[in-house]
Write a protein that binds this ligand. Structure first.
Ligand code: SAH
Ligand code: SF4
Ligand code: F3S
Length: 439
């Protein structure tokens, strides 16, 4: 069919990899209805915004964004504007009240209904909001993979942990593990289509399977996936420290296609703050896990997430976080200033430290972590390491990803995309490396 006749859809994704996967599901469903994916919002018939809610500025950003779409809607009344994802789940009808020109609000559990909601909206004319959280709406075969060589697959949806700062359990619902056979079959299908790297996703992969009647946990799943012929790299995220088992460490060390990289969010190094965050581990038990990982998988890279300025945190607590940063020497840390989320337990906690002061602590943390990341990157210079080539980067360079998840920029051509090649690492920067192809 000529692209002129097909209806076009445009998707913008604001959230995490789980949201990216949801956008791939949306794309699959709309392709099946005969729509065509389009890169320009202003030329599309359907605009879908897949939103995030994890920090407060997500709402301001989203409202600014929807506001800007009004001018497009004024030009073309038949344009459909659909808002989905975690902020849609969180804000529900409020979006329609503020922006009556929005056509469809759909929740995180209503993705498979989107084509039907579009049909209903077009025939009835009225705006529709469907954020019912009553079904299990995940089908792993029905998604349009963005890349030809790598893919993400959820292993569970939702979260039962209720970390006191976090909105995710409220917008994604109760944790539910996906059947192992469904995940393994989806992974096999992907490999048959040429995929060499799969990232398994869950808010807490380490509690995978705890809702099954028979014992089948995350290490069992990893072991099964690792046996798929042709699958070169398996990644997974996120590991909650409270559930990280020795079995997981063993499975990683035993299977060469499970990458030596663990993303293990610390959040805080202070026992007082960890307790108030409801994280259910202590600085001592966290450091114990790190020791176990390092003895059994010596070259394992470890990355983390840190929240600075949680209510009740004082400079001494912050220094305890800094102390762990210096002891563990994370390869990379994703750092956030605490953001107050309505409906979460931490919303009501007294928060006396000013934002200015929190920003000072945040800067201090970044300086130290960037120095450590740089030093860790420098230890790789001179080595010949494998990268999966992902695409063209800046300044005409190609970029690939090491097993430890670091990016390496190098001179090469586009034919290499999707291939695993060896590079000689020539230079280290804080956030990436430079390399040279080996002839
Ligand atoms: N399920 C994952 C990821 C959750 S969201 C996990 O447990 O690690 C990703 C990161 O966002 C979290 O690890 C946390 O560091 C950060 N985050 C979540 N809620 C936040 C909030 N209210 N304020 C600041 N950072 C937050
Ligand atoms: Fe949020 Fe905690 Fe669940 Fe992660 S484990 S999604 S931080 S509640
Ligand atoms: Fe992901 Fe943001 Fe939702 S981090 S789960 S898109 S709140």
């Amino acid at each position: 069919m000529s692209s002129k006749k097909m209806k076009k859809y445009y998707i913008e994704t604001f959230g995490c990899q789980m949201n990216e996967f949801d956008s791939e599901r949306i794309a699959y469903l709309l392709d099946k209805e005969g729509y065509e994916k389009w890169e320009k919002a202003e030329e599309s018939d359907v605009i879908i915004i897949n939103t995030c809610a994890v920090r407060e500025n997500a709402k301001n950003k989203l409202y600014g964004h929807i506001g800007r779409l009004k001018s497009l809607k004024l030009l073309r009344s038949d344009l459909l504007i659909c808002i989905g994802g975690c902020s849609a789940q969180n804000l529900k009808e409020e979006i329609l009240r503020v922006f009556p020109f929005v056509d469809i609000i759909f929740g995180t559990h209503n993705i498979s209904e989107l084509p039907n909601l579009i049909f209903k909206k077009v025939s009835a004319g009225r705006s529709i909001c469907n954020v019912e959280n009553d079904g299990f709406d995940y089908i792993l075969n029905d998604f349009k993979n963005t890349h030809s060589f790598k893919a993400c697959l959820p292993v569970s949806i939702g979260c039962n942990n209720y970390c006191s700062y976090c909105i995710v359990p409220y917008v994604r619902g109760k944790e539910k593990s996906i059947e192992p056979s469904e995940i393994v079959n989806a992974a096999k299908d992907l490999v048959l289509k040429g995929v060499v790297e799969i990232t398994l996703l869950g808010q807490n992969v380490n509690s995978y399977g705890k809702d099954f009647e028979i014992k089948f946990e995350f290490p069992d799943l990893l072991e099964k996936i690792a046996q798929i012929n042709g699958l070169k790299r398996i990644r997974f995220m996120t590991s909650h420290p409270k559930d990280l088992s020795n079995d997981l460490i063993k499975v990683i060390s035993k299977n060469s296609n499970i990458v030596n990289h663990i993303h293990l969010p610390l959040q805080s190094g202070s026992d007082k703050i960890l307790k108030s965050m409801n994280r259910k581990y202590s600085r001592g038990s966290y450091l114990e896990i790190i020791k176990n990982i390092r003895t059994q998988i010596p070259d394992c890279s470890i990355t983390t997430d840190i929240i600075v300025g949680f209510p009740g945190e004082n400079y001494e607590d912050f220094k305890e976080t800094m102390d762990i940063i210096e002891r563990v020497r994370f390869n990379k840390a994703f750092t956030f200033i605490f953001s107050k989320r309505e409906g979460t337990a931490a919303y009501k906690l007294e928060d006396i430290v000013s934002l200015e002061e929190k920003k000072e602590w945040f800067k201090e943390l970044l300086l130290t972590q960037n120095k450590i990341s740089m030093e860790e990157n420098k230890t790789l210079v001179g080595k010949n390491l494998e990268v999966l080539v992902e695409g063209a980067g800046s300044k005409g360079m190609m970029h690939g990803r090491l097993e430890n998840n670091s990016i390496v920029n190098f001179e090469g051509n586009e034919d290499l995309v999707g291939k695993i090649i060896k590079l000689n690492i020539t230079e280290a920067k804080s956030f990436y490396l430079l390399g040279k192809t080996l002839i």
